[in-house]
Design a protein around this ligand. Structure first.
Ligand SMILES: *Cc1c(COP(=O)(O)O)cnc(C)c1O
Length: 410
């Protein structure tokens, strides 16, 4: 069976807050104001798909078709997303005192961030249901990705972003033909505009976790990682957390693979959720033991992707962290840009500020004993540094081509 000929293995959908069973193959938003899980008949998947089958499939997220919700291959909307490399970082590892440091480099995806994974699935499913107009609030990268996939599907896309969103994100949304707007507020203020506008304007709301399928797209990070590590998962994963779909999706992937009996070890990776001291609602809730997070006032961080004062899936993030035996860590806002530059200059990988925060967290966790020097560590690089021109103060010396160069200044 090839990836494009698959039958569908979704058994039902499920309210995350109360476990209520919901029908598949129909439009869903929230259930009791909280997100919805997609559930699969994993026994049937295990009978149908083998690890061997994967070897001959395309190196995109669609290689995992049996674990994805698309049921009509002709409705798939794709820009070739998936199979980002796991890059060993021996040079940076040695500087930090770590023997096994790796980066999964999501900056190489379409639109330069891992948001393309979620949007590929959200727009694909919207396309299944005949939805013609989508809208979303964004801290930056989600808007660019949604605009690109909507263009690819021939859909209209409305994007609302904070006024100080990185200029490249503003540009990419508008270049892909979205109706893009700046808002003098944060992402939750943008979310309110989408919520208020969806009825009068006829929009489908693509906000993080307000439809069930972005998680399924993000889940492919976990599926890929497992395959790339030969079904023997790393010890620790560092993940920058905003709305939380990445962390939730990856944890869902690991659990599905475990249920399928595909993982070599029963020991799961510890998930470390990383935020900035400028906006750390999940860390605060984790430390206080609360089920839900309290919204943060005056959220501010250069790492725009994790400037999310309130997350509708907060309890799902916290559950994943706790079930994995992981932790939630806030790092000094002032350490983010230096770590982004240090990691990029040391390994040549295009590290975004959100991942700069993760490296600060790795250092902090090594110092306090949360991780050890010989742990197998994966840090997710969720986006490309060149999208954040504002975070990089760059002032190159100018050479005069009309005069001989004074080599002592070079
Ligand atoms: C959106 C985003 C995040 C946060 O991801 P969530 O899955 O929403 O928590 C982190 N880094 C970058 C670069 C992002 O664009």
């Amino acid at each position: 069976m090839t990836a494009t000929m698959t039958t569908n293995f979704v058994s039902h959908l499920e309210g995350a807050i109360d476990g209520e069973r919901l029908p598949p193959q129909t439009i869903h938003t929230l259930h009791n104001d909280r997100p919805i899980w997609v559930r699969y008949d994993l026994e049937a998947v295990t009978r149908t798909m083998t690890k061997q089958d994967l070897l001959s499939r395309p190196t995109t997220i669609w290689r995992y078709a049996e674990l994805l919700p698309a049921y009509d291959p002709t409705k798939i909307v794709s820009l070739g997303e998936g199979m980002t490399p796991v890059l060993p970082c021996p040079r940076l590892g040695a500087k930090m005192g770590l023997s096994n440091l790796n980066v999964k480099d999501e900056s190489q995806l379409p639109t330069g961030s891992f948001k393309s994974r979620g949007m590929a699935l959200a727009i694909t499913m919207a396309n299944h249901f005949g939805i013609e107009t989508v809208a979303l609030p964004t801290a930056g990268n989600a808007g660019g990705a949604a605009a690109a996939y909507a263009a690819r599907a021939g859909m209209q896309c409305y994007v609302f972003m904070p006024q100080d969103t990185p200029i490249i994100n503003q540009y990419e949304a508008s270049a892909a033909g979205a109706h893009a707007f700046l808002v003098n507020g944060l992402i939750n203020d943008c979310g309110r505009i989408v919520n208020d506008g969806k009825e009068p304007m006829g929009w489908f709301d693509l906000s993080t976790l307000k439809e069930p399928y972005r998680i399924e797209g993000k889940k492919t990070m976990g599926l890929e990682l497992a395959e790339q590590f030969n079904w023997n998962l790393p010890d620790v994963i560092f993940y920058p957390t905003g709305g939380g779909t990445g962390l939730i999706g990856m944890w869902k992937a690991f659990n599905e693979l475990r249920e399928m009996g595909w993982l070599d070890s029963s020991v799961m990776p510890r998930m470390i959720s990383v935020q900035s001291t400028g906006c750390s609602p999940i860390v605060n809730a984790y430390q206080s033991g609360a089920k839900h997070a309290t919204p943060v006032q005056n959220a501010q961080t250069i790492a725009r992707g994790i400037r999310v004062p309130a997350a509708v899936g907060d309890f799902m993030i916290l559950d994943a962290i706790k079930q994995s035996g992981g932790s939630a860590v806030a790092v000094d806002e002032m350490s983010i840009t230096p770590w982004m530059l240090r990691a990029t200059a040391t390994e040549g990988i295009s590290i975004c500020p959100e991942t700069g925060a993760c490296f600060a967290a790795v250092e902090q966790c090594l110092d306090d004993g949360t991780i050890s020097a010989d742990d197998n560590i994966v840090v997710f690089n969720t986006g490309a540094s060149q999208k954040y021109s504002e975070a990089i103060a760059c002032n190159l010396p100018l050479l005069d081509s009309k005069r001989p160069i004074d080599w002592s200044t070079i």
